[in-house]
Design a binder for this molecule. Structure first.
Ligand code: CO
Length: 295
């Protein structure tokens, strides 16, 4: 196959390729921050994407001891490894190979995410998804989604698609919620090319969307049918023009496709708190310091 088998006139193309920034979080966990604060407006409703990947326990052993969150959701996708989650709302769970933890921090949780392994590979992603102003102070919620609970399908071209949220080719994701309460309607796909092939996904042009290649190399097919390369560990932000994305991968290519409806609300962030105003941030700090997150 040398060219895309589909009409390419309405393809969304890569507007910008982003190289993540190496950093540390928690108790010295080494990770790559792919979606950084300066991209929060552009990629509204997504606030952050971290990629951790290491086979050296010194890079991840410290884990993420107790820390608070308020005003948004964290979506953690484990590719490899085991992490134990505990939070102040009384939830506890083991996050492991291929599973997802979806946590709505709402009005506030304190939680820890600690490795349950002393060796081997720890690899995965944490995405921060904003909540609309009227949901920021909702009751915290949490769900562990085991790998087998994530719907998946394989196309005739040998492309395996895991649908974490949203919908693809008639398969509804593990997380599917009312658009009235959760207007961001996130699409979160993990796309594995088991052989050379193409994959096409319709995308609402208003939804902000990006790709992140974590194995091999992806090509995004442009309107001229030429492939725009997206190398391993690169994020490609898609233009808000066109209504689908066409990807090409080689055997072994793994790429995340994430999209959502922007909230168009002011974003005020102070560390693990994301609200709409500075005053709400000050209130979050005060509530946390006075122990209200433990209730
Ligand atoms: Co956290």
């Amino acid at each position: 196959m040398n060219h895309a088998p589909f009409n390419s006139q309405n393809n969304r193309e890569i507007e910008r390729v982003v190289i993540g920034r190496a950093t540390q979080d928690g108790a010295g966990v080494k990770l790559t921050r792919v979606l950084t604060q300066d991209l929060q407006q552009r990629l509204d409703p997504f606030l952050m994407l971290d990629n951790f990947a290491s086979d050296d326990p010194n890079d991840y052993g410290g884990g993420f001891p107790d820390h608070p969150h308020r005003g948004f959701e964290t979506v953690t996708y484990m590719i490899a490894g085991r992490m134990r989650h505990k939070d102040s709302a009384g939830h506890e769970g083991l996050l492991q190979n291929g599973g997802v933890q979806w946590m709505t921090a709402g009005k506030g949780v304190i939680h820890s995410e600690m490795p349950e392994q002393e060796a081997g590979v720890m690899e995965g992603f944490q995405l921060w998804l904003n909540l609309p102003a009227n949901q920021k102070m909702c009751v915290p919620w949490y769900r562990d989604i085991q790998s087998y609970e994530i719907p998946e399908f394989t196309t005739s071209q040998g492309v395996l698609v895991r649908v974490i949220s949203g919908e693809s080719q008639g398969t509804t994701g593990a997380m599917s919620r009312s658009a009235a309460l959760y207007p961001t309607q996130p699409l979160y796909l993990d796309i594995h090319f088991n052989q050379d092939g193409f994959f096409e996904q319709p995308l609402n042009p208003k939804h902000n969307a990006f790709l992140y290649t974590y194995r091999g190399e992806t090509e995004v097919i442009g309107r001229d049918r030429e492939g725009q390369p997206l190398a391993r560990h690169r994020m490609g932000i898609l233009q808000n023009r066109g209504d689908c994305v066409q990807l090409r991968g080689q055997s072994g290519t793994h790429v995340l496709l994430i999209a959502g409806q922007p909230l168009y609300e002011p974003i005020a962030q102070h560390g693990p708190f994301v609200m709409n105003t500075r005053q709400e941030l000050m209130q979050a700090v005060e509530d946390y310091q006075s122990g209200l997150f433990n209730l």
